[in-house]
Design a protein around this ligand. Structure first.
Ligand code: SAM
Length: 226
């Protein structure tokens, strides 16, 4: 049996494909980064399949257990907290481990939403080429990360949390050309979805001035001025 890598909504529960729902319904087991989040989707679509948690702190014992289940031909679907498993979340590591243990296993993508694609699609920036850097490192490597943004000839996509968005934008002001064009997508597909557009100074001022704007999840796209 293949291992299915199933994309789930990044907020709006309607953003799930027919195929994803079928695969989840037919699975023997769903590996879930956060079982409470996955449970909401399963309840909404009346899917009753056992969940097993798989997250950043899952150790080798859990991975070996999953590998054994796959060897027993169990039909297993992996979902993450939101979006496409493996994009800046623990899914990629599981796929890596499973391939190392069962090299001829079939791993099937059940594509769907991803915050990076959603943000790019509304950015209005040239998206034929872009650089995705994921989350900024908290300490070590942060300056290198910022330097990569400054040096990129393509729009750069960064993920950031509500706890660090202001700090990150503040740091950007000290690094990038003030004329660089940004889009910050907040709470995409959700009730409080907002797209901030303009210079980093303008967006920083807007977010700082509004405590509601400091809640939720963020994608930042930076397009340097040539
Ligand atoms: N695998 C996911 C994907 O395909 O996009 C990303 C997982 S990563 C752990 C979570 C980050 O994605 C958040 O901190 C945020 O930067 C971004 N994100 C997820 N959902 C979002 C949303 N609805 N609006 C804006 N950003 C979002």
């Amino acid at each position: 049996m293949p291992l299915y890598i199933v994309a789930t909504p990044i907020g709006n529960l309607e953003d799930i494909t027919w195929r994803a729902l079928r695969i989840l319904k037919e699975a023997d087991l769903i590996l879930s980064e956060d079982t409470r989040v996955t449970q909401k989707i399963l309840q909404h679509y009346e899917i009753k399949v056992p969940l097993l948690s798989y997250h950043h702190h899952s150790g080798i014992t859990k991975v070996n257990h999953i590998i054994e289940l796959l060897k027993e031909a169990k039909k297993i679907a992996l979902v993450s907290d939101a979006g496409t498993p493996g994009i800046s979340d623990p899914g990629g590591e599981l796929v890596h481990q499973v391939l190392a243990a069962i090299p001829d296993i079939q791993i099937e993508a059940i594509p769907g939403p991803s915050a990076v694609a959603a943000a790019l699609s509304i950015s209005g920036m040239p998206t034929d080429k872009f650089l995705f850097l994921g989350f900024p490192p908290h300490k070590k490597g942060r300056q290198t990360f910022l330097a990569k943004i400054k040096a990129s000839e393509y729009p750069v996509v960064v993920y950031e949390s509500k706890h660090r968005i202001i700090k990150f934008l503040e740091e950007l002001t000290t690094v990038i050309n003030p004329e660089a064009e940004l889009m910050v997508g907040r709470e995409l597909t959700k009730m409080h979805e907002t797209a901030y557009r303009g210079s980093v100074q303008k967006i920083l001022a807007e977010i700082k001035a509004d405590t509601n704007a400091q809640r939720g999840e963020f994608v930042v796209i930076i397009k340097n001025k040539k």
